[in-house]
Structure formats: C-alpha cells, structure tokens
Design a protein around this ligand. Structure first.
Ligand code: FAD
Length: 428
C-alpha cells in the first residue's frame, strides 16, 4: 500500500542519514567475527567505554547469539536471558549486525583487516572432538553438537532424525552438555512443552521409547566435568531414578544426604566409568581397569567436547590446543587482530567466563588504541567496503540493517523467552 511504501521510504532515508553521520570523520572502526556471547560482550564493552567507536558484527548464520540460541538447553530460559543484554547491544546506534556472512568464505580476514582499524575473532568452537575409535560414524551414533542443534533448531541439524525407538541411550562424556542431553531425553513431556524446544524434537520425544540413559566417562563420578547444578537437576528429575554407587561418591555424601533414589522409577540414568581415577583432584588420571562390559543400546551420543578450527590462512592457529595463539586477546605476531571467547581460550567455561575474557580483550584493544599501537590516523571504510564486496560476490541473503525487524520476530518480550524455533526462522 501507499502508507506502507511511505514508511519504507522513511526508514531507508533515516538509515541513510544515520549511515552518513556515522561514516563521517576518522572514527575507530572495529569488526567482530562471530555473533555469539564473545562477540556481543566484546562489542558491549567497546561501545560503552569509547563513545566514537563503530562496531560491525559479522555472523555466519542469519541470526545472532551463537550457542546461547543453539547450544544452551531449552529448559534453561534463565541462561538464555543474556539475549536481552545482547539485543540492547545490537540495537546500539553504533553497532551493526551482518548475518549470513561466513568469514573465511564470503570475505577474507585480510579484507576485513584492510577495511577496519581492528578485527576481533570471536567465532567460537564449531567442530567436534572425535574419539578416533572404530564405529564412530555408524548410523545411530551422533555427536552431542548435532543432537543439541537438532532440539534447538539449528538449520543444519533439522533433518538429523534420531531414532528414539529404543530403550537405552549411551552418552559418552560426562560434562554439562552430556547432562543436558540426558535431561532432555528423560524429561517428562509436560516439562518440555513449557520450553522453546523445537516442535519436531518435541514430537520425536513424545514418541520416544528411551527409558535409560548411561552417561559413560573415563574416570569416576567425582572427576566429571559437569557442574553440581546440572547433576542436581538430573537427580531431581521427576519420575527418574539416579543409579549411582555410593562408594564412588566418598567425600560428597553430605551433598546427597536426604535423597531417596527409590522414590520414582519411570526412567533411569547412571554414571558408569570405564577406568579408575589415579591421583586426586585436577591431576587424577584415567587408568584402564581392564574390565570390559557390553552395553546394549539403540543410540550413542558422543559428548567429549568441541574444538575451534582455523578460519583463514593469514590467522595463526595453534593446532594442538585448537585455539588462536594470543596474549591477553592480542593475536600473536599479527597487529590489529584480536580474539575472544572459546576460540581464544578453548571450549570450556560458562557464559560468565566468556564475558570476562571478552571484556579483557576489549580492554586490551582500547588500550592499544589509546597508546597508538593501533593506527587510527587513517580513515577506514568499514562496512561500506565489505558490503560492496559481498554484493559483488552475490551474497544476497545478508540481513544487514535488518536486525531490528529480526528482533521483533525472533523474541517474545512478553514472556522474556525465545519464541519457538520454527517461528524464529520465518524471516529468512
Ligand atoms: P559461540 O557461542 O559458539 O559463538 C560463536 C559465533 O560465531 C556463532 O554464532 C557462530 O555461528 C559464529 N561463527 C562461526 N564461524 C564463523 C565464521 N567463519 N564467520 C562468521 N561467524 C562465524 N554456558 C552457560 O553459562 N550455561 C549453559 O547452560 C550453557 N549451556 C551450553 C550448552 C551447550 C550444548 C554448549 C556447547 C555450551 C553451553 N554453554 C553454557 C557455554 C556457552 O555457550 C559458551 O561459553 C559460549 O557460547 C561461548 O561463546 P563464543 O561466542 O566464544 O562461541
């Protein structure tokens, strides 16, 4: 309609004015690769601490927030609340979100470095750690990354189609992700229905026959990488029995006092270990017991961790630790290049850990600006140049400048939670 057309013209005009005013003069221009927690926390600190810096966030997926959207379990809405803070950052007048830009493929880091005063790499850890044992690629064996992506609506995992027509699932690894997966497999449907789990996952779980989850680890339950909150959630899961050997929990019996493992028996999970811990605390090592056991199961989910991959030949990469080698967030031997989040320190820690290290990186970057290590005397074209490059290369799906529209369709502010995943992807 005419009214609609006028509004559209007005929006385009006001965006153009804003662009013009922001592009004038020699303002520090920083580009961030990756729109997950690390990217948004780095942006937040830069924007808050310096009132002339312009921040562009380039994200491979059409939508922002990385693992907060596609990793964090749907029954943890309190964790997903950080999205509100990230949305505020995305809406900041000096922050721009460019979705559907796969850095290293659509545009090189070298091109970004040329267009910006500084580039921060915050692209997380997208690959799986593999065990390297035979059968890892058989049908019915999934990585936790894919399984989590499936129930959280990651487009690339939508067709995973796990066969839940089995009684027993074995999860390899005993970290928080393993516990998330076990909980989702065993949670009563009434609980799952209240979350933003995808409709296809909810339907599959409704038909699921899974009643037993074995969470297998190398060492004993006291050495598991999961945190007490997640273990407690498992133990407290309605209609589920936690089957754990008291002898394995010497020293924490106080924590478990008062629990009655026999109180319900609908579903069941336990923590078998395939070796005995030798030594204590952080230094405890896994030593094989030599005892073998066959576990009959219909599905295996490998949850032994994530790892980062190199993004571009011009960026140093430490293959052993699978991180970008850095000093406090400054990429080694590469002026103007910084990193934050999982790609900086490895795929461990919670969002709060990622927040602290991203703030550290932003502080170091600002210090370099202040002390002249970063040359701000030259005017840099920033997004103008990169957008032209992407258009030239036919990257038609980008949703640059559409972040506010996207926000309206992606979040339900009323309930402070995400809408269902199917609704999330309507716009793209
Ligand atoms: P990510 O969140 O992975 O963000 C990286 C972003 O970079 C992604 O959006 C990705 O698409 C993008 N990207 C990748 N490659 C490119 C490229 N080439 N070009 C452009 N963009 C790119 N923490 C908690 O505190 N509570 C929890 O309950 C919790 N649950 C978790 C559940 C799971 C399954 C996982 C894996 C982690 C969980 N965490 C949780 C940890 C938390 O998610 C991480 O600490 C945090 O997401 C790391 O942030 P990041 O920005 O470094 O990485």
């Amino acid at each position: 309609t005419k009214i609609h057309h006028n509004i559209k013209v007005l929006v385009v005009f006001s965006t153009a004015v804003r662009k013009l005013s922001l592009s004038s003069g020699s303002r520090p221009k920083v580009c961030i690769v990756g729109g997950g927690p690390a990217g948004f926390y780095t942006a937040q600190h830069l924007l808050k601490a310096q009132d002339d810096v312009i921040v562009d966030v380039y994200e491979r997926l059409p939508v922002p927030f990385g693992l907060v959207r596609f990793g964090v379990a749907p029954d943890h809405p309190e964790v997903k609340n950080v999205i509100n803070t990230f949305t505020q950052t995305a809406q900041h007048e000096r922050c721009f979100f460019h979705g559907n830009v796969n850095v290293g493929v659509d545009v090189t880091v070298k091109e970004l470095k040329k267009a910006y005063h500084a580039v921060v790499l915050s692209y997380g850890a997208e690959a799986n750690r593999c065990m390297g044992v035979p059968g890892e690629d058989l049908a019915g064996v999934f990585s936790a990354r894919d399984f989590v992506g499936w129930y959280n609506g990651l487009p690339s995992n939508q067709k995973l189609n796990p066969d839940l027509n089995c009684e027993t699932v074995v999860i390899l690894g005993q970290g928080n992700v393993a516990l998330d997966v076990a909980r989702i497999l065993l949670s009563p449907l009434d609980m799952l229905k209240k979350t933003d789990i995808t409709q296809h996952a909810l339907e599959a779980l409704t038909a699921s026959r899974v009643r037993r989850v074995l969470i297998v680890g190398r060492r004993g339950p006291l050495q598991i990488a999961g945190t007490i909150k997640e273990v407690r959630e498992m133990i407290n899961l309605p209609d589920t029995t936690a089957d754990m050997l008291p002898a394995d929990f010497k020293g924490i019996s106080e924590t478990l006092k008062g629990r009655n493992a026999e109180q319900n028996s609908g579903t069941y999970f336990c923590f078998p270990c395939v070796s005995l811990p030798q030594g204590s605390g952080e230094d405890a090592k896994a030593v094989p017991t030599g005892q073998m056991e066959d576990l009959e199961c219909g599905m295996v989910i490998s949850s032994i961790g994530y790892k980062s991959l190199p993004i571009d030949p011009c960026v140093p990469f430490e293959h052993r630790g699978a991180i970008i080698p850095n000093d406090m967030g400054r990429v080694l031997d590469t002026a103007g290049l910084y990193c934050s989040g999982w790609v900086k320190r490895g795929p461990t820690g919670v969002i709060a850990t990622t927040m602290n290290d991203s703030f550290d990186t932003a502080r170091v970057l600002l210090k370099d600006m202040k002390e002249g290590t970063l040359d701000l005397s030259v005017n840099k074209p920033g997004a103008q140049e990169i957008t032209a490059l992407l258009q030239e290369r036919g990257n038609t799906h980008r949703n640059t400048q559409k972040k506010k529209n996207a926000d309206c369709t992606l979040f339900s502010r009323k309930k402070n939670t995400l809408l269902t995943n199917s609704q999330k992807f309507k716009t793209f």
